[in-house]
Structures are given as C-alpha cells and as structure tokens.
Ligand binder design. Structure first.
Ligand code: AP5
Ligand code: MG
Length: 256
C-alpha cells in the first residue's frame, strides 16, 4: 500500500525503517500556545530525527543574554510578551538556515508565528527545493498553560525546561544536561504569560489555516505525560497531516 507521503505525491520519509532514514530533508514545526510543551518535545524530536531545533524564542533569549545589538532591539518585545517584528525575526531565521547543520532539515519551535512569517518561510524553503512536511499543533487548555508556565524552570545554557512537580530535574534546581542552575523566565510572570496567550490567539492562531490549506497539520492532544505526548507526535508524523481543507472535528477554540 502507498504511504501517506506517496499518496500525496511526496517521496517517502522512510520513518518506518527506524525513524532516521529519509529520502529528503525533514522540516517540522511544533506549533502551539505558550507553555504547550514545544520546547519539551523538541528535546526528543531532535535526537530522534537528527535535525537541529530552531527556536526563535531561544535565539532571541541568547542574543539578549550576550547583550548583542539585536538582543537590545528585541528585549522590550519579549519583556512585554509581544511578538518581535517580522522583519527582524525573518532575518534571524534566514541566517540560521544558512548554517550547515540545517542541511538535513529543521525542527522549528515557535516559528512561524504570523501568516507573513509562514509565507516567507514557504518561499525560503521552496527556493532551496524544500517544503514544510508536518505542522504539529499541540493543543492544551488555557488553565493548564498558565499553571505550567507559572512553575517552569529553564536552563539558561541549553534552554531545556523543567517543572518542579510536572517534569522535575534529577537534582534539585540544576539542569540534567549541563548542571547549570535553573532560572525562571522573565516572561513567565502571570500578567506577561496571559498577554502572550492573547497575542498567540490574535496573531499566531491564523497561521494554522495557512498550513491546513497545505494538508500538513496534525492535531496533537498536549495533555498527558511528556512521553504520551511524544508518542502521539511520532505517530502523527508517521501518518502524515490532514488532507488539504479536510473538515475539522472541532473548532480551534476548543483547545487553545
Ligand atoms: P518562545 O520562547 O517561543 O515562547 P512560547 O511560544 O511562548 O512558548 P514557551 O517556550 O513559553 O512554551 P513551550 O511550548 O516551549 O513549553 P515548554 O516545553 O517550555 O517565545 C518567547 C518570546 O519570543 C515571544 O513572546 C516573542 O516575544 C518572541 N518570539 C519568539 N518567536 C517569535 C516569532 N516567530 N515571531 C515574533 N516573536 C517571537 O513547557 C512548559 C512547561 O510545562 C515546562 O515547565 C515543562 O516542563 C512543562 N511540560 C511540558 N510538557 C508537559 C506535559 N506533557 N505534562 C506536564 N508538564 C509539561
Ligand atoms: Mg519554548
């Protein structure tokens, strides 16, 4: 039987043969509201697929931490919970995609976040003879998001995230990966977290329609253990996205 990739006229990804053998570079996007678990799931997926994570949020925080000119330009947007202007964000992504480690594909996390960013990413990928393969829409109710963000601890060195009850580090308050003391993100304060959710609803949710039209979106229930969510994501990638313009089971608003 033809795979879903072949049915849509795409080369096979080869995922069934062990998760890493692929006929073409793999481009995935983890899409979802703040606190939905994109960064957490990215930790697994980059290892599984052997492709780099490109998180625009992590890139911006890195620039702020090292006090670059770009960091100074974007700090105010992150502190307020607003989106960084498209031009700045796209310039950063364009430069990141030129790095050699992106040759095998990319796992985008928190990008694209506006329809203009999605259109420009399409163009960049097309120009390189590539395309977006899957958009994984991780759905979590708003009240769960707020409590996850309120407790989140982040490693300022490698950006791995933890939660004292939901996803605790092995040793108290230091990163399992590199031993750095964990910190709370400035923008996780409740009023900024609420602002980020509103910005997501207003400016980022419309990006889904853009990708639904391409038939590459998979809806993932983001509630459950980290491993359960990971298995749902891997299964969805194996199965492929919805067919273009497929009727949806529920409205986007049912889960944030
Ligand atoms: P960004 O860094 O992208 O933040 P975000 O999208 O708001 O998402 P988060 O990182 O807050 O959440 P997450 O989904 O990664 O959740 P996590 O895995 O950590 O962006 C920050 C800012 O940068 C933006 O506000 C904007 O200013 C700017 N920006 C970034 N990209 C931009 C763009 N493209 N355009 C313009 N501006 C941009 O998990 C959260 C917590 O839950 C953790 O504590 C974790 O341990 C826990 N957890 C995760 N999964 C589970 C689970 N299954 N069960 C229980 N707990 C869980
Ligand atoms: Mg994140």
């Amino acid at each position: 039987m033809a795979s879903s990739d072949e049915a849509r006229g795409r080369p096979r990804t080869g995922l069934k043969e062990g998760g890493v053998k692929r006929a073409h570079p793999l481009h995935l996007t983890l899409f979802g509201p703040p606190g939905s678990g994109k960064g957490t799931q990215a930790n697994y997926l980059v290892e599984h697929f052997g492709i780099p994570q490109v998180s625009t949020g992590d890139l911006f925080r890195g620039e702020i931490k090292t006090a670059t000119e770009l960091g100074q330009r974007v700090k105010g947007y992150l502190d307020r919970g607003d989106l960084v202007p498209d031009e700045i964000t796209l310039d950063l992504v364009r430069r990141r995609l030129e790095q050699p480690d992106c040759a095998k594909g990319v796992l985008f996390d928190g990008f694209p976040r506006t329809v203009a960013q999605a259109r420009e990413l399409d163009r960049m990928l097309r120009q390189a003879g590539r395309r977006m393969d899957h958009v994984l829409f991780v759905r979590v109710p708003e009240e769960t998001l707020v409590s996850r963000m309120a407790g989140r601890l982040t490693c300022p060195t490698c950006s791995r995230t933890y939660h004292p009850e939901l996803a605790p580090p092995e040793n108290d308050l230091v990163c399992d990966n590199d031993g750095t003391p964990l910190v709370q993100r400035e923008d996780d304060r409740p009023e900024t977290a609420r602002r980020r959710i509103k910005v997501y609803m207003d400016q980022t949710l419309p990006v889904l329609e853009h990708y639904r039209g391409q038939g590459v979106v998979s809806d993932i229930d983001g509630v459950g253990t980290i491993e359960e969510v990971r298995d749902r994501i891997l299964q969805a990638i194996e199965n492929g996205g919805d067919p273009p313009h497929a009727p949806r089971g529920s409205e986007e608003g049912a889960r944030t």
